[in-house]
Design a protein around this ligand. Structure first.
Ligand SMILES: Cc1cc2nc3c(=O)[nH]c(=O)nc-3n(C[C@H](O)[C@H](O)[C@H](O)COP(=O)(O)OP(=O)(O)OC[C@H]3O[C@@H](n4cnc5c(N)ncnc54)[C@H](O)[C@@H]3O)c2cc1C
Length: 396
């Protein structure tokens, strides 16, 4: 039996777990990370790609942003299309200089993993955590498996950064939280294509055929999405059909979409989920372990990093001042931003997706919102400040 002693036992080497480990190290707090999957698998997992201003600032502060600043693309605005009519929301202008950066989640994970291992950090891949025990005492343990052998982490605190399907949420006492969820009756067909982006900024589009999004990953790779019916199969979408539909839905006068070889194609269901308690004694949940949002607002990864900030504040308070106060307030502090993100993600999803017959009452409300954004700087500012992410001070 392998026994490891540390201060904070971290389950999951996604954005939340890796960011937490680095941030704790900066404060001289030790941690060990367990990751269920292999290094190759985790680093190849294509997911989010939009980093809020806060997230970029945190990686700069942690000294982890060299490649992000070199290869990431800062965006100063976003385009919204409605029935072929296009407007631009200029972030920096409306939010006092706050922007977003496009940089793939797998690149963030790669940078953080490389830096962690290069600095001698402990990270066990293909080491699933099997149970979390004793978190109602000062000596919790995580039982895990590594190279076919059982292992134990003995620690002061457990951080379950183990995503939606992890064991963290399942370990919380059943009556300690309430669940909230919505499943939208559509999904996203997402592609990665070897083609230069046709727009230098993201384009969100409502079209009577459904929603489409033009995003990007680099100067040579485009990321695009189409609203598809719930339960749709990738096999029904040959490449030609995808490009044809993207062109129609994203089309505006004087603009055309460039196509290229598609090298990744998948369908993601659209749902929101959260619990209203993210801790129990010495067990804390961060990121997707406690909440997921539809990707329309680009909030998933950013929320995970924001949770980590609140958890680090609490842990630093404990180790430096021997106070549990910050940790006791962890859920309360994190929930304010999570509800804001739930609302904004729902707003963006219902603004742009086809939910009812084109021309229906629901459609007219969507169109009314779009028309209002066009004419009101105040409304556009509300969207911009949510999109780039509100500063931490806003939620005090
Ligand atoms: C298909 C998909 C597409 C997405 N697209 C977008 C997008 O376009 N924009 C956006 O903002 N967000 C998107 N998201 C959401 C975003 O990727 C997540 O919010 C983000 O990954 C959250 O980070 P996390 O560290 O909390 O969880 P994760 O990234 O899920 O990391 C959790 C880690 O824990 C590991 N783990 C789980 N169980 C165990 C265990 N028992 N023992 C050890 N390790 C374990 C997992 O293998 C994983 O590596 C997407 C998510 C998915 C699933």
């Amino acid at each position: 039996m392998k026994t490891i002693k540390t201060q904070v036992g971290i389950i999951g080497a996604g954005p939340a777990g890796l960011t937490l480990a680095h941030w704790l190290k900066k404060h001289g707090i030790e941690s060990v990370i367990l990751e269920h999957r292999s290094r190759e698998y985790v680093q190849a997992r294509v997911r989010a790609g939009l980093l809020e201003q806060n997230t970029v600032d945190i990686y700069k502060y942690l000294g982890l942003a060299d490649r992000l600043l070199r290869e990431g693309q800062e965006h100063h605005g976003v385009y919204f299309n409605f029935d072929g009519q296009r407007i631009r929301i200029p972030f920096g202008e409306l939010t006092g200089g706050r922007n977003i950066t496009i940089y793939g989640q797998q690149e963030v994970v790669k940078d953080l993993t490389d830096a962690w291992l290069a600095g001698g950090g402990a990270l066990y891949f293909e080491a699933p955590a099997l149970s979390i025990e004793g978190f109602d005492t000062a000596h919790p343990i995580i039982q895990f498996e590594y190279e076919g052998e059982p292992g134990v982490i003995e620690c002061d605190f457990v951080a379950a950064c183990d995503g939606f399907h992890g064991i963290g949420r399942k370990s919380l006492p059943k009556n300690s939280f309430q669940e909230y969820s919505i499943t939208y009756p559509f999904g996203w067909l997402g592609i990665l294509a070897q083609v230069a982006p046709s727009s230098e900024e993201l384009v969100y589009a409502y079209h009577e055929n459904g929603f489409a999004l033009h995003s990007l990953r680099s100067s040579k790779v485009s990321r695009l999405y189409l609203q598809v019916e719930d339960g749709e199969q990738v096999e029904n979408w040959p490449d030609e059909r995808i490009w044809e539909e993207l062109s129609v839905r994203l089309g505006t006068e004087g603009w055309s979409l460039q196509s290229g070889p598609i090298f990744e194609k998948s369908i993601t269901p659209m749902r929101s989920y959260m619990i209203d308690n993210m801790q129990s004694e010495r067990l804390f949940l961060t990121g997707d372990a406690a909440h997921i949002v539809p990707p329309t607002g680009g909030k998933g990864l950013n929320l995970a990093v924001a949770d980590v900030k609140h958890l680090v504040d609490g842990l630093v308070d404990f180790y430096q001042n021997n106070s549990m106060r910050g940790l006791e307030d962890y859920t309360k502090n994190a929930l304010k931003r999570i509800w804001r993100a739930q609302d904004f993600s729902n707003f963006m999803t219902t603004l742009f997706h086809k939910q009812a017959e084109h021309g229906s009452y629901t459609y007219r409300l969507q169109k009314a919102k779009f028309d209002y954004i066009r004419c009101s700087k105040a409304y556009a500012t509300t969207i911009a400040e949510n999109y780039v992410g509100l500063p931490f001070e806003a939620f005090i």
